[in-house]
Design a protein around this ligand. Structure first.
Ligand code: ATP
Length: 269
């Protein structure tokens, strides 16, 4: 993948296409939403992975996209960040249509995507990896301040700042990827499975960090398979099944819903 600020280059997948240089201005279709995704259909070549998916994220909200493997969660993030071109539908950010914008333009607007799998530069130090996250002028001007902020959030990264990123543990790499995303000063942070592959203690630490970011007012779109923790953190959740949103609502309601409880939390109804 690799849309995150400063991430290593990535190969393109089948069906991805370069986007024309275009960001349209206009009214957001969902008033008040920072991100608005309306009836977006997208896929890979002839395979449709998202069937008219709609959801929105308001400023300061944490929204989680849930669903099992292959449901279309990653595809949704890739389509928002411009790596995949939607076949139809509309994506708007802060009132501007970005459906046909390029990834670099989307990053410049403040959408930072931290992909699954960390994708750090393994031979570079932790600090260098973090600094690469602040490559845009707006973020570069505040790089030292941002570095202090992320070292405050993740003291272990401060301790390891001169260590090659490739030698970090899985949990530390995930923290580093999240911290690098924060270095880009996101207006919307999109996280793809930040707890994937982490030991339970580290999953808790990761969610503690996300709670701190939430308290700071950061707007987050979170893809997670850790359904319980994600819903406890988020304001709103959407459940995707084979490319369609089958359920959505306030997290407290989803936590109580029979579908979520039986299919995702393993609770017999
Ligand atoms: P996971 O948690 O397993 O990543 P997901 O919900 O993120 O699941 P996606 O990765 O978005 O699911 O995949 C949605 C569908 O698109 C799946 O059927 C998958 O096989 C297909 N798909 C994903 N990437 C590609 C690709 N590069 N080329 C072709 N098909 C793809």
């Amino acid at each position: 993948m690799g849309t995150e600020a400063g991430g290593p280059p990535d190969s393109t997948s089948q069906g991805e296409s370069a986007r024309p240089d275009r960001i349209a201005r206009g009214e957001s279709p969902a008033p008040g939403a920072l991100l608005s995704v309306e009836a977006v259909r997208a896929g890979y070549g002839g395979i449709v992975a998202l069937w008219d998916v709609s959801f929105s994220v308001a400023e300061g909200q944490v929204v989680t996209l849930l669903g099992s493997n292959g449901a279309g969660k990653t595809t949704t993030l890739r389509t928002v960040s411009g790596l995949l071109q939607a076949v139809s539908g509309r994506i708007a950010f802060d009132g501007r249509e970005i459906s046909h914008a390029r990834t670099d333009q989307i990053v410049e607007l403040g959408i930072v995507h931290v992909p699954e799998g960390r994708q750090l530069w393994p031979r570079m130090s932790v600090r260098e990896n973090l600094e690469l996250g602040a490559y845009l002028p707006r973020a570069k001007a505040r790089r030292a301040e941002s570095l202090e902020r992320v070292f405050g959030l993740f003291p272990r990264l401060r301790e390891r700042r001169n260590q090659a990123a490739g030698t970090l543990s899985g949990g530390e790499r995930q923290m580093c990827a999240l911290a690098r995303g924060l270095m880009g000063l996101p207006r919307l942070l999109m996280l793809d499975e930040p707890s994937l592959g982490l030991a339970p203690r580290l999953v808790s630490e990761m969610f503690d960090s996300l709670r701190l970011l939430r308290a700071e007012g950061l707007t987050v779109l979170l893809v997670e398979q850790n359904v319980h923790q994600a819903l406890e953190l988020a304001d709103v959740g959407y459940v995707l099944e084979t490319g369609r949103i089958v359920l959505s609502g306030p997290s407290t309601e989803l936590l109580a819903s029979p579908l979520v409880r039986s299919a995702y939390l393993g609770v017999a109804s």
